[in-house]
Design a protein around this ligand. Structure first.
Ligand SMILES: [Zn+2]
Length: 303
């Protein structure tokens, strides 16, 4: 499949982005400071004068006898900068879209924040590693994202193309919208009085609704232009669908444990995720996205 590029370069970037990524993702340019060699020379000279007592040298120099002092310059790689700017542009479009939707309902939309991290991060929902994938924390209203997830999407799940990543971000912001609408809160109350298996059913509905909301956003974006050109095209939507299909619980379980346990589903099957995303893309309103009222979550068979 030919990879579609979303039109985003130069477009507005959200200012609600916090970069907490470590240097492991940002190749560091090393630059020796002026005094480097001087320190060694003094150390060597002192070593001879003091009769070989290195501890004296260390004390005298205060900072020890490290051969040279390096000043680390945080130069982000080009690839990282691109991914970050892309995410910030998608986030800005999400802000515009959800503000417009909430305005139409006479409600106030509060922007979430996008926190970029590498390896692990501290959120109000606890410490998390990149392994858990992108997530939204209702307690601090932040979307947490390790940008390397884009590579994972393409190499591990075969979901290539930039819109696959845009879908993932839109899904997480979908969770923020659910939080703003009070849905997350209602579910928290339910969680306390039902079994885990039962709660998983609610969790699936919450996840599918976030996919639906990502579909709504995609419909909106498909109608937007940047510098006279459409921002996304049909091929971009296909990329999102491929991603939704790839990260369904049944697909992941089959891949990782070789069999499927429907009771433990928390995100829905691949088919369900694709169906609800497509439904959002079709209607683009909040009214058709009540996954909690639907008896049947398989839309393809329900029509
Ligand atoms: Zn989710």
């Amino acid at each position: 499949m030919e990879e579609k590029r979303m039109r985003w370069r130069g477009d507005r970037q959200s200012t609600n982005v916090e970069d907490r990524s470590g240097s492991s993702r940002r190749p560091v340019g090393k630059m020796a400071t002026g005094g480097g060699l001087g320190v060694i020379l003094i150390a060597v000279i002192f070593f001879f004068i003091s009769g070989g007592d290195l501890s004296t040298v260390t004390d005298t120099l205060g900072g020890g006898i490290t051969p040279a002092t390096y000043e680390t310059e945080n130069v982000a790689s080009k690839e990282y900068t691109e991914q970050k700017e892309f995410a910030a542009v998608v986030f800005a479009h999400l802000e515009d879209y959800w503000k417009q939707e909430f305005d139409a309902r006479n409600e106030t939309y509060q922007n979430p924040k996008l926190v970029l991290f590498t390896d692990s991060v501290n959120s109000a929902c606890g410490q998390a590693t990149s392994q858990v994938g992108p997530f939204y924390c209702p307690a601090d209203q932040n979307v947490y994202l390790d940008l390397s997830f884009a590579d994972e999407l393409s190499t591990k799940y075969g979901a290539t193309g930039d819109y696959a990543m845009a879908y993932v971000i839109a899904h997480e912001v979908g969770h923020h919208v659910q939080n703003q609408l009070g849905i997350t809160n209602q579910l928290d109350k339910i969680r306390k009085r039902v079994s885990e298996t039962e709660y998983n059913q609610y969790s699936v509905r919450l996840e599918l609704q976030a996919d639906y909301l990502a579909g709504c956003f995609s419909k909106y974006l498909a109608g937007q232009t940047y510098q006279g050109q459409p921002i996304i095209e049909e091929g971009d939507i296909e990329e999102a669908i491929t991603a939704a299909n790839a990260i369904g619980d049944d697909t992941l379980q089959k891949e990782y444990q070789g069999y499927v346990v429907p009771d433990s589903f928390t995100h829905g099957t691949s088919q369900q995720r694709v169906d609800w995303f497509k439904r959002g893309y079709k209607y683009g309103d909040l009214e058709h996205g009540n996954t909690f009222n639907e008896k049947k979550l398989d839309l393809a068979t329900a029509a």
